[in-house]
Design a protein around this ligand. Sequence first.
Ligand code: NDP
Length: 400
Amino acid sequence: MSKVLIIGAGGVGGVVTHKCAQAKDVFSEICLASRTLSKCEAIASELDRPIRTEKVDADDVSDLVRLIRDFKPDVLINVALPYQDLSIMEACLETGVDYVDTANYESPEEARFSYEFQWPYHPRFEEKGIMGLLGSGFDPGVTNVFCAYAQKHHFDEIHYVDILDANGGDHGYPFATNFNPEINIREVSANGRYWENGAWIETKPMEIHQTFNFPEIGDKEMYLLYHEEMESLVKHLNGLKRIRFWMTFSQNYLTHLEVLKNVGMTRIDPVTYNGTEIVPLQFLRALLPDPASLGPRTVGKTNIGCIVRGIKDGEPKAIYIYNVCDHQECYREVKSQAISYTTGVPAMVGAMMVVSGQWKKTGIFNMEQMNPDPFLEQLSKYGLPWNVVELDPKSIPLKV
Ligand code: NDP
């Protein structure tokens, strides 16, 4: 039986806490700590067993170390913001605790979407005898594990991967983001990028798009974006020729975003207003609906998965692996919409893999480096079942 410390009481933190509480045979004690104690207490009040709640400043290594030394967790799940990744990793190193997160480190000043800051921790984690599991959400996370599963069970060589992320949900607001608005808007307003024949190819934001018929959702326009799991997958898949990431957006969302960008509201550099420095994107975040509040009003489904093409026994082969998740079913179960749910379940399962010893290693690892089978088994059990469909490799349902 293990003790888990969860940092961050936002949309994802709520789901992780519910799911750890459900896994009674794995996590005997749970502590949820975040910047605002009342948010931890609100989540704790929804559970059917008692947990500990604490206030912590995750930017402050000494405050984290104080809490870790007092609670003595076996594993820490970081679902605060990507800005806190490095301070939390430092605290894990100082105290010898395994680390799990769902998003790569970002500096508040510059959006890089890169593992360049976290991968160099490998020798220090190895020497300390602890594990850092990076990107244990859905994408990154389950999408990496889908690729590892395809490589292990379906292909001798993987040539093409297309990761497809559709949100067919409707929250009824003119404009809102389904996870932290600051991180979300930084991601979608950046240039697009994909990897082909060993090189990254850059596109303008939203330049490449096509309509795709998503199972259980229907036709949606999806746009090519850069997404962080591609950086590790190009290192770890055999024979890869191209990998791309696609996400759906409604025309309404894109129009709002364009206006916000044109008027400067998505800037991440500080501007002076009435003698006070403010970051426009952080101010915008304060105006938009809290993603954690979207749960009761969001209807519809998400569909996230991978179309993988390659060679098996000398023959061309193609498969589509995906999960469909229903916003309202998530809300009924854990009081959250499907975006937080599809991130929080794999974060808990990743931590479960580490503490159960099934994925325990020393150093820093991405999800596709681990055995996909026990993870996928628990993923289904804890609410995210997945499908594998064989496609005709000569007529893939992708236009470009
Ligand atoms: P939220 O903004 O809803 O929650 C973040 C939480 O972290 C808040 O409770 C916030 O506190 C807390 N926090 C922020 N700064 C600090 C700090 N310095 N010390 C302590 N606590 C702090 O975000 P989400 O729940 O939507 O997202 C959480 C993480 O999940 C993000 O890193 C996001 O990028 C990632 N994510 C990953 C996905 C994947 O598939 N891999 C998909 C979606 C999200 P307060 O409440 O006081 O603001």
